[in-house]
Structure formats: C-alpha cells, structure tokens
Design a protein around this ligand. Structure first.
Ligand code: ZN
Length: 231
C-alpha cells in the first residue's frame, strides 16, 4: 500500500466533519487541494500544517481576510460546505467507487485496470477444483511455474534437464507439450480412461461425490493439457 499512497490520496476526497484530520492546504477536501488550486509549492506556505479545524469557530467557517481578498470564489465554495452540528469525524471517500468505500477489488481495478475476461476462467476457477490446483494451472498459463527456465530468469543457477525424458531442458512448454514421456501420460488422461470432451468434460466423472477419481498430479495435468490446447 505504501508505494501507492500518493495515488490513493489523489483519488480520494475528504468529507469535512470536525476538520481534525484534514490539512487545510494540502489535502483534497475540495475538487483540488488549495495549494494546487493556487498553484503554489507547499514550501512557500509557512502555515501549511494547519488543519481544517483551525478555520472553524463555533461550528462556522472562519477564513482569514487574505483568503477573502485573494480568492472570493474559493471562499464561497468553502462556505457552501455544511459543517456538522456535532463532533463528527472527517471521512475519506474513494472517488472511483459509487459508495466511496475502498475495497480490495476497487483498489486493484483502479491501479491495474479491469481484468481481461478469458473464456476459460470458469473452467479453471470453479467449485469442483481445489483452489490450490487452479492456482498452479493459472501459473502455468502465464508461464509462472518454478520450472528451471523460470528459476534462471530470477537469477538461480541451475543445470536444467527434464526429469522424465532426460533429453531436454525443463520448461513448462516442454513438460506439458513437447516431452515424449509426459505427452503419453497427458494423452492417456485426456483420451483414454475418462473419454472426456476437451471443453465440456463431465465433472462428476472426475470429482463426483467428493471422491477424486485421479491423483492430484493427474488433475493438474489433465486441466493443463486441455487448457493448453483450447482455442
Ligand atoms: Zn522431457
């Protein structure tokens, strides 16, 4: 969260309560901070640390005369903000959310954009597959499994050899698609014992009644094999 604090603060707006938490000059409680509105650097303002509460007296706005003289329009906008009668705390509202709350989902989509919809998401993420297996398959799809080639990319020094065929380096592509040993297994899983359709495989055959018909590895391999060959 810390690296994004500036981003968060520029996408959040304060609702004025008692004014205790809001910096009068440098926080966003109007459309822009007053410093930005006047286009002056914070270092030039000696009382930049003043909070909004310092401009409220007996529940009413009390703005210094130099603000009135410099920017009567700003004064008018500030005075339109109704101050609460009681000691209501200030609240920070996320501008990208309809109700102003900042959730993990709104934070993620705001930082990285709405995630791309992929046709296989329901096949991979569903109630029949344990999330740990789905996650491993998801890592495979984005080539993030800790295979030897990926470990090398992270700076690990490894001598790579496929432990199944001992003929080629270990990569996701080799293990799941090119290896002459594992290809037999994937083919057997996909076409042999279960006779499953690639896209519409019957979950019950694999996972019915809570009894897994095949091993954890086989499940992963089966899904990976099918997902890898999907259009
Ligand atoms: Zn191999």
């Amino acid at each position: 969260m810390k690296p994004h604090i500036h981003y968060i603060m520029t996408h959040a707006n304060w609702f004025v309560g008692n004014g205790n938490q809001i910096s009068f000059w440098s926080d966003r409680w109007l459309e822009h901070t007053i410093l930005d509105h006047w286009n002056i650097p914070a270092t030039l303002l000696p009382d930049v640390e003043l909070e909004v509460k310092h401009f409220i007296v007996n529940g009413r706005w009390c703005l210094p005369s130099y603000i009135h003289q410099k920017d009567p329009e700003l004064v008018a906008r500030i005075q339109k903000i109704t101050l609460p009668a009681d000691d209501t705390p200030d609240t920070l509202h996320w501008t990208s959310s309809p109700d102003g709350t900042l959730t993990n989902k709104t934070a993620f989509s705001s930082l990285y954009g709405n995630s791309q919809k992929v046709p296989w998401s329901k096949l991979l993420w569903n109630a029949y597959i344990p999330p740990t297996r789905s996650f491993i398959t998801w890592r495979f799809i984005y080539d993030k499994l800790p295979t030897d080639d990926n470990l090398r990319k992270r700076g690990c020094t490894v001598v790579s050899i496929c432990c199944f065929c001992r003929k080629d380096a270990e990569t996701s592509n080799h293990i799941f698609f090119a290896c002459e040993v594992t290809s037999i297994l994937w083919h057997w899983l996909s076409k042999g014992p279960f006779r499953l359709n690639k896209l519409h495989y019957p979950h019950n055959e694999l996972y019915g009644s809570g009894k897994h018909s095949c091993s954890t590895t086989a499940e992963l391999c089966y899904h990976t094999y099918n997902l890898g060959y999907m259009d």
